[in-house]
Design a protein around this ligand. Structure first.
Ligand code: F6P
Length: 341
């Protein structure tokens, strides 16, 4: 077989271990692998690179992706689906391995319906893909954010400050929740649980009243205030009354200082959470998912995604994985909230 492999969407620690797993397994079984560069753009524009054992040597520990990435959507290109089908024929590709998040795998699910032999691998630091217990990249992002929170604690404590740490998480608060719990945050704000700034201020005041003179607030970038609750004057809202994404840390810091009188600063971790070497967990998970994806191709198990269920890696349907997002549930948030204030 000749198999194409691509990485789409935001880069993520663990992509290279997956690529290495797929390539090593397929070559070992006597097949050929072609790298498609920059996500779906690679197959649409026939940007390719032959992958051999040498190409995947020394990449296990490296962040980012040797194949590069982009947010190219096949379905926003005129006749995109047919272009993919034609180009697969021209390049002699029998199957594709698509490594990506909801968007990239959403395209894979549609292409499968159109007759393309495709297998998915779940990538995102956000951990919000359904049908898998964890996505690779999440563990690395959480550890980076946790270390940052540990470091922010030092300054917060030395200067009697409140520090708001803004982490990634557009629709789901997994990074904020896990990093906040691991780092001992005093308040964690996530998109799934709209907040009331007065309640946040009260929680911090109570904490300071019991003798603590510093606090750490962890906020996912997608956190937003409850509809109808007080927002900062002049703050931009969308048509649903939600604060527009980005800059939530700065907004919160201003509001907290105004309402509590405590000196408050903010830090935005941004892409630092996506950079650098994957953790051991993500290297092992990426490797296992890559080898499983190669096995799925060899078995003709298409339209499915390699997923982690408990401690096993198993195939699940791409349609289930991309049907809806996996969000933080009430039970877990309640555990985290036990330590607020
Ligand atoms: O989906 C991963 C992610 O890092 C999100 O957490 C974040 O909202 C988004 O990508 C940022 O995308 P970009 O790097 O394109 O700004």
């Amino acid at each position: 077989m000749k198999v194409g492999i691509l990485t789409g969407g935001g880069d993520c620690p663990g992509l290279n271990p997956v690529i290495r797993g797929v390539v090593r397994k397929l070559i070992q079984e006597g097949h050929e692998v072609v790298g498609l560069k920059e996500g779906w753009r690679g197959i649409v524009e026939k940007k390719t690179e032959a992958l051999d054992l040498r190409s995947v040597s020394g990449i296990l520990h490296r962040g980012g992706t040797i194949l590069r990435s982009s947010r190219t959507n096949v379905y926003s290109i005129e006749n995109g689906e047919q272009i993919v089908i034609n180009n697969m024929k021209e390049l002699g590709l029998d199957a594709l391995v698509a490594i990506g998040g909801e968007d990239t795998l959403g395209v894979a699910a549609k292409l499968y319906k159109a007759g393309v032999n495709v297998v998915g691998v779940p990538k995102t630091i956000d951990n919000d893909l359904n049908a898998t217990d964890y996505t690779f990249g999440f563990d690395t992002a959480v550890n980076i954010a946790m270390e940052a929170i540990d470091r922010l604690h030092t300054t917060a404590e030395s200067h009697n400050r409140v520090i708001v740490c803004e982490v990634m998480g557009r629709h789901a608060g997994w990074i904020a929740l896990h990093a906040g719990m691991a780092g001992g945050a005093d308040v964690i704000l996530i998109p799934e649980k709209p907040y009331d700034i007065n309640e946040v201020a009260e929680t911090l005041k109570k904490r300071h009243a019991r003798g603590k003179d510093f606090s750490i607030v962890v906020a996912a970038e997608g956190a937003s205030p409850k509809a109808g609750s007080e927002v900062l004057q002049g703050q931009e809202l969308d048509s649903f009354g939600h604060v527009k994404l980005g800059g939530i840390g700065e907004t919160l810091a201003k509001q907290i200082e105004e309402k509590t009188g405590f000196e408050t600063r903010h830090t935005v971790l941004g892409h630092i959470q996506r950079g650098g070497s994957p953790t051991a967990f993500d290297r092992v998970l990426g490797t296992r998912l890559g080898v499983l994806a190669a096995d799925m191709v060899l078995e003709g198990n298409f339209g499915n995604m390699a997923a982690l269920k408990g401690t096993e890696v198993v195939p699940v349907s791409l349609a289930d994985a991309t049907g809806e997002l996996k969000l933080v549930g009430d039970d877990l948030y309640k555990v985290a909230a036990t330590f607020f204030g």
